[in-house]
Structure formats: C-alpha cells, structure tokens
Design a protein around this ligand. Structure first.
Ligand code: ZN
Length: 416
C-alpha cells in the first residue's frame, strides 16, 4: 500500500503552548504516526498519509494540545459528522435549551449565537418562539441542513475577525453557545478573543467539552485525534478566560461523550460556584499538569493497546470473526495505534449512510451497513463508541442474539 509519512520535525514546529505561550510543554500521550481519522477513502488502495499524534501538556496552564500542521480546511470542510445522527446527542441538546431558558440566560427577542451549529441539532429548539438565532458553521454540507429548517448560518471559521463583523451587524448576543467546538480550533487564543469581543455586560457563554481528566484517569486515549487540537480542563479554561478579560464562574458535569464539562463564562460576575472550586481542587490532586501522573496514563494506554491486539490474535487463532461497530474517529485511533491489520478485523458496521461503502485508513477497513453485519453473523463485535455502548449493544443483540459484544476502552471487556 502507498504510504506517505510526514517527518515529525515538520509537524512539531510549534514548541510553545497555544494558550499561555509558555514553553513548558511535555509529552503526555504518544500515539505514534496515524492517518487522519475522519478521512475515509472512497476506493480501497488509495494512498494513506500519516501524521504524528502526540498529546502535549502545558505545565504552566495545564492545557493539553496536539500540535499539527494539517490545514483546518482539510480536516473540516467535508465534515461527515451529523450531530442529529445520535439520538442521545439530540436529546442532550434539547435539555440544554430548556435549561438555559429556565435559568433566564436567554429570553424571546434576545439573540442566541451558536458557534459550530452543525446541522441545526441544537438551534432548532429555539425556532418558532421569537428568539433571534444565528449559527456559525464552516462545513457547508452540514449547514445546508440547518438553513433548510430556517436557521441563518454564516459559513466561516470563528475568530476575532468574524466576531467583530457579527458584533457590528447583530450587537452583543445574550447567549453564546460553543459546545464541542473549542477542541477543534487550531488558534484557541483567536477563538477566545472572538468570544471576548462578543461578550457584553449581560452575555453568558457556554463551552462544553470532554475533560482531559477522562484521558488521564479513565484511559480515554482514543478521544485523541488530529481534529482535536486542544484538551480542556477547568484549570486551563480558567487561565484562558482571564487572559481575555472573561470569568469562568460555573461548571456543569455532563454524562455525555464519556464525561464532559460545561464551562460558563461571562464578562462580569460576582460569585464563583462551589462546584467549580471543588473541580479545580480535584484536577490539581489528579495531577492534570504533572509529568508523573501522565507517565502512568501513558503506560496504561500501551497496556490496553497490547491487550486489544492480543485478543484479536486469539480470536483469529480460534477461527472467530471480529467485526467493528461505529466507524467514528475513536475507531481509527484505536485500530491504527494498535497496529491492527485486515487479517484481524476486516469490517466496521456503521449506521451513517454517508460512511457505508467507504474504507477506513490505513488498512482500508470496509464500512458496511447493519443488514450486512447481520448477514455476516460474526462471533464477536467490538463497539468503538464505548460512550454509547449500552444503546448500541441492545440494538445489535435484537438481531444477533449469539454475538459476543465487547468494548476496548477503558479496558477490554465483554459487555453482552
Ligand atoms: Zn500553557
């Protein structure tokens, strides 16, 4: 197979922290050189490019970061992830909107701005009740769906420049929602400056993101991929907010994506919540910016990869087929970091029609639909999105009651 490896030195040109600009970075998790996880191939046998995937931690502000010189246009312009595909995610967005209305963070007549509005999965909850709505979404193929249901969308990447344009045209939003986007932003300072520009005296900002503690404490290294430049914690968000004249004042813990934090920021606020103070203390005791704690996480990751590969070998020796489920980025990180080839796992089932018929690099794992999975009737199914493994395994076992269903993270385990 054709392979093109980009030298590490070329990628790691940036040696300073993308948030606090200090040079106190150390290597936390090293996944080697991997293909871009969402870049599925339309034809098997096309060449694969490999890029280093390494999580660095800043000792100064604790931000986790995976520097890369892959252009954002390449990573996100044809983004195939539609938020509305996951029923869990849609329900979560609905609950979020109910909550912000209940808290009076937004009222009819006021402007709500969502950055990375995807297919309108969240903003649609504000339609029809007199709220002013605006979405920002660089991926045109997904934003078309949002526009079709009546959500105005600006097709650009968000930053200070776009923030000034939005401010002059629309004024200060009352609520800014930047959920599950900050990790994808290459220039986190420019993004935060944009949020600061759009923050009036009454503006509240929600930033939702999986916590880096999930990687450190719960072995979720498969959430590291090239599309994620930053890995947040209360400590790092607190630092970054202050840099741009904002205050992190509250935190909600959310049971989604394997454990997320919702950070609440504002321009002027008098009280910091006790929950936030507790979480800052807990991050400090977990050693979120300490080399020693990341050394333990790195060894645990190596152990998990070896056990996963050994289990696949055993299945092959026993003549048992293994098929993957969920051709998401997590699958790509795990399979490629573990060096799995097609003799061990040849196919991955996915419900997204845009993915079916494509191939996941580097080994070109074929992506099949659910009816093909049933026809193959494998002895074993490994579920890659472990965060929704219960939902998935109960669906699978209705059609394949004898299949053994497994997850690999945080540890290899049979779940059904
Ligand atoms: Zn830093």
């Amino acid at each position: 197979m054709n392979e093109l490896h980009i030298p590490k030195e070329q990628i790691l040109a940036s040696k300073s922290c993308s948030s606090c600009l200090s040079s106190n970075l150390f290597l936390g998790i090293d996944l080697g050189e991997l293909p871009i996880s969402n870049e599925l191939k339309s034809i098997s046998g096309q060449s694969t490019e490999f890029f280093p995937l390494q999580l660095f931690i800043c000792e100064n502000c604790s931000l986790g970061q995976a520097p890369s010189n892959i252009l954002p246009d390449r990573l996100f312009s044809d983004y195939r992830y539609l938020s509305s595909v996951s029923s869990t995610f849609v329900a979560h967005a609905h609950d979020f909107c109910q909550e912000v209305i209940k808290k009076d963070f937004i009222k009819p007549g006021e402007l709500v701005l969502e950055i990375a509005c995807n297919d309108g999965y969240l903003l649609k909850n504000f339609l029809g009740s007199n709220f002013k709505i605006l979405g920002v979404e660089p991926a045109k193929n997904v934003s078309k769906i949002a526009e079709f249901i009546g959500i105005p969308v600006i097709n650009e990447f968000f930053g200070a420049k776009l923030a000034r344009e939005i401010l002059s045209k629309y004024g200060y939003p009352k609520l800014i929602i930047a959920n599950n986007v900050l990790a994808h932003v290459p220039d986190i300072r420019d993004f935060m400056e944009g949020l600061s520009i759009l923050s009036g005296p009454a503006t509240k900002i929600s930033i939702e993101n999986p916590s880096i503690l999930n990687i450190l404490r719960d072995n979720q290294f498969d959430t590291i991929y090239h599309e994620h430049f930053s890995y947040l914690s209360c400590t790092s968000v607190d630092y970054l907010a202050k840099e741009f004249g904002l205050v992190l004042f509250d935190l909600d813990s959310i049971d989604i994506h394997g454990g997320s934090n919702r950070y609440w920021l504002a321009r002027e606020i008098s009280e910091i919540s006790q929950g936030l103070i507790n979480e800052l203390a807990s991050e400090s005791s977990a050693g979120v910016s300490k080399k020693e704690s990341w050394y333990v996480a790195e060894s645990r990751k190596d152990d998990t990869l070896i056990k996963f590969a050994n289990w696949l070998q055993e299945c092959r020796l026993n003549n048992e087929t293994v098929i993957g489920y969920g051709a998401a980025a997590k699958a790509s990180t795990l399979l490629n970091a573990a060096g799995v080839d097609k003799t061990l796992l040849s196919m991955i089932c996915d419900l997204g029609s845009e993915k079916v018929g494509r191939f996941m690099p580097s080994e070109d794992f074929e992506i099949i639909d659910f009816s093909s999975l049933i026809a193959k009737n494998p002895e074993n199914i490994i579920v890659f999105p472990w965060n929704i493994a219960d939902e998935i395994s109960s669906q699978i076992s209705k059609s394949l009651p004898d299949a053994k269903i497994w997850i690999a993270i945080p540890e290899l385990k049979r779940i059904r």
